[in-house]
Design a protein around this ligand. Structure first.
Ligand SMILES: Nc1nc2c(ncn2[C@@H]2O[C@H](COP(=O)(O)OP(=O)(O)OP(=O)(O)O)[C@@H](O)[C@H]2O)c(=O)[nH]1
Ligand SMILES: [Mg+2]
Length: 342
């Protein structure tokens, strides 16, 4: 694939094209992923997540600037799990960076929710790898919100920075609790606003109560630092940068980095198996006509959903064993895994 060669050479247009193919779940995406994978695993990866408008993009811009200053080439992936339909337009606005916009050693790309295979998480991971293979040795993933989607996306980040801001009110309390679980470093941004110091104290207390005086992914003691920042003026940015790099060094020196990588790759394979098998089984059920029949039983309350699924899966596996399920299982799973030789 000529595209792969150009991408590995660091050709930005090839990279952009490769990302588009991946985003669209083009059949060539699987082949691409396969070809670049041996050239990945080199980039230092960071995640920046937090509530809408917290200043994530401004912080990412600041971090990009600092990484560039230390000679790194920076790739940025802005992921939006919350707006599947209007994502493109909003993201375009969301990532209007910035200092790095004209820098050939900075590559910024937004991703909206699309496709099926592993959903957003698979796309994000693939794009991170494309950037990595193209020689961007630092990749920053920005994602908004707080939920399962972020946790999944942050799977690809060695260091996750959670951004909080003062004065968001009670509804954020729940977000805080959930999001602290994935934080390696916390930025209290908009520290120029009232309430920053009390938010820092509150977060430190929550971390202590939650037993998060150590990083969740790290077996070794890691105290999650809470850093005050004003992203718009770069105040505290050096501290945030230093905290993030300290976390990376901590992971590396404890051997946790390698262990974590292996764990996450295993989790990725597990997730993909679940998706692929699920899609194939579903497609089989629908084409084999078993679907409507079974669903009618469930609708009539003669069969519970669990039994229905058990039965369909058992039938699918029986067919798969005898080879008659081969023809089924089209859809995105078939496309993605069928990329070879094209
Ligand atoms: N006062 C103040 N404003 C800030 C600070 N950081 C960012 N902002 C402003 O907050 C607004 C949102 O900043 P973004 O960086 O776009 O925030 P975001 O979290 O990326 O937003 P979404 O991606 O839309 O969720 C912008 O108007 C920024 O200029 C800060 O430290 N202090
Ligand atoms: Mg943003």
């Amino acid at each position: 694939m000529e595209l792969v060669e150009r991408l590995l050479d660091g050709d930005r247009r090839a990279l952009a094209r490769a990302i588009t193919l991946t985003e669209n779940e083009d059949p060539r995406a699987a082949e691409l992923a396969r070809a670049v994978f041996p050239h990945t695993g080199r980039a230092r990866t960071l995640g920046v997540t937090g509530p809408p408008g917290a200043g994530k993009s401004t912080l990412v811009d600041g971090l990009t600037h600092l990484y560039r200053r230390s000679g790194r080439r920076v790739g940025v992936v802005a992921v939006d799990p919350t707006s599947p339909f209007t994502g493109g337009a909003i993201l375009g606005d969301r990532i209007r960076m910035r200092r790095g916009a004209a820098d050939p050693d900075v590559f910024i790309r937004s991703l909206a929710t699309r496709g099926h295979l592993g959903g957003l998480s698979w796309h994000t991971g693939s794009v991170v790898r494309l950037l990595d293979a193209a020689g961007f040795d630092t990749v920053i993933i920005e994602t908004v919100g707080a939920g399962q989607a972020e946790v999944e996306v942050m799977r690809y980040a060695e260091t996750t920075i959670v951004v909080m801001v003062p004065g968001l009110g009670d509804e954020v309390q729940a977000i805080k609790a959930g999001i602290l679980e994935i934080a390696d470093v916390i930025a209290v941004n908009k520290a120029d606003r009232e309430g920053a110091d009390s938010l820092v104290r509150e977060l430190e207390m929550m971390l202590e109560l939650g037993g998060r005086s150590r990083g969740g992914r790290s077996g070794e003691a890691w105290t999650v630092p809470v850093v005050k920042t004003v992203a718009t003026t770069d105040e505290g940015m050096e501290d945030l940068f230093a905290a993030a790099e300290r976390h990376r060094e901590h992971l590396a020196s404890t051997g946790e980095l390698e262990a974590w990588r292996t764990r996450e790759l295993a989790a990725e394979v597990t997730g993909l198996i679940r998706d692929l098998v699920g899609q194939k089984a579903q497609a089989w059920a629908e084409t084999a006509g078993a679907w409507e029949e079974t669903l009618a039983q469930v609708a009539a309350r003669r069969m519970d959903p669990r039994t229905a699924a058990d039965t369909l899966v058992a039938e699918f596996l029986a067919c798969a064993r005898s080879g008659s399920a081969e023809a089924a299982g089209g859809g995105p799973a078939g496309e993605i895994s069928g990329g070879s030789g094209r």
